[in-house]
Ligand binder design. Structure first.
Ligand SMILES: C[S@@+](CC[C@H](N)C(=O)[O-])C[C@H]1O[C@@H](n2cnc3c(N)ncnc32)[C@H](O)[C@@H]1O
Length: 278
């Protein structure tokens, strides 16, 4: 047996020795997850003892984190734009930039009637679900090639009680039918080299098929831009999250398909989001 505070001190040192920067925070998040309590409880009850069986379960979570498994996969969920999104190794962990994108879309189109939305490459369902929750009268179709991802996305719809969304297996537009007011996607856009140079948490745990695309990371983006026109309403919008160095190439490619291209920066001041209209 050891007290909460002693356990936290030891686990912080362990994670630090494994090169985890936020070693204290991660220790606290893992322990509060295991105990089913808020982080603040750990300090309110810092002298409480932890029983042996709980301690050994905590150690196994710590070892996973020490092995660089992302915290979100160990805990099994992440907060995304106010939704609780379950995640596992089959789906990309939704990123803060993607949350930013949701905020931009909601504020831009708050006065526009959005009846239908297509989310391409839905993964955990994060984008489609956040938009379905906000645009309550819209019907959202969310597609992916990964059946495992689709099953997680479906679970997330139930988990968040969101009904105006359906999921379908499709290679981008291949099985899609219909015309949409908004087509949105955060497709794979890394080069193989960029993927190999990412941190271990990404390289060793997140699905490569969700991250890497051929042709300097542009193949899937170009496929989507080149095909979207057949599925977009006349006054519709195509919205993409992209790599920060890709907008020059995207603008040039998109000229043949769209009259308007707008590049929007993320909070890190990187060109991250691309909006296309006719
Ligand atoms: C970068 S992840 C985005 C996941 C999620 N939308 C998000 O923003 O967190 C890209 C997603 O596209 C999916 N994907 C990759 N190739 C695809 C294709 N040809 N057709 C449909 N989805 C695809 C992957 O399985 C993955 O779920």
């Amino acid at each position: 047996m050891a007290s909460l505070i002693e356990v936290l001190k030891q686990s912080e040192l362990f994670l630090k020795s494994k090169g985890i920067t936020a070693s204290r925070l991660d220790s606290e998040l893992l322990l509060s997850h295991l105990l089913g309590c808020k982080r603040s409880f750990l300090y309110l009850k810092s002298e409480n003892n932890i029983e042996e069986p709980v301690l050994s379960r905590f150690q196994s979570l710590l070892f996973r984190r020490g092995n660089r498994e992302p915290l979100q996969y160990i805990i099994g969920e992440v907060d995304f734009y106010g939704l609780s999104i379950a995640v596992d190794k089959n789906v990309l962990i939704p990123r803060h930039e993607t949350e930013e994108l949701i905020g931009i879309v909601i504020s831009r189109f708050r006065n526009k009637s959005i009846g239908s939305i297509l989310d391409l490459g839905t993964g955990s369902g994060a984008i489609g679900l956040a938009l379905a929750k906000h645009f309550t009268t819209a019907n959202v179709l969310a597609v992916d090639t990964s059946r495992n991802a689709l099953s997680m996305a479906q679970k997330n719809a139930l988990r968040n009680k969101i009904g105006n969304i359906r999921f379908m297996e499709s290679d981008w537009f291949e099985s899609v039918d219909g015309i949409f007011d908004m087509i949105i996607s955060n497709p794979p856009y890394l080069t193989n080299e960029e993927f190999e140079n990412t941190q271990d948490e990404i390289k060793n745990f997140e699905p490569k098929s969700a991250l890497v695309s051929a042709n300097n990371g542009l193949a899937d983006i170009f496929k989507i831009i080149g095909t979207a026109g057949k599925f977009l309403a006349k006054d519709g919008v195509l919205v993409l999250e992209t790599g920060s160095s890709q907008h020059e190439f995207i603008a040039r490619f998109a000229k043949d398909y769209f009259g308007k291209f707008e590049s929007i920066r993320d909070l890190g001041r990187e060109n991250r989001f691309a909006f296309f209209e006719y």
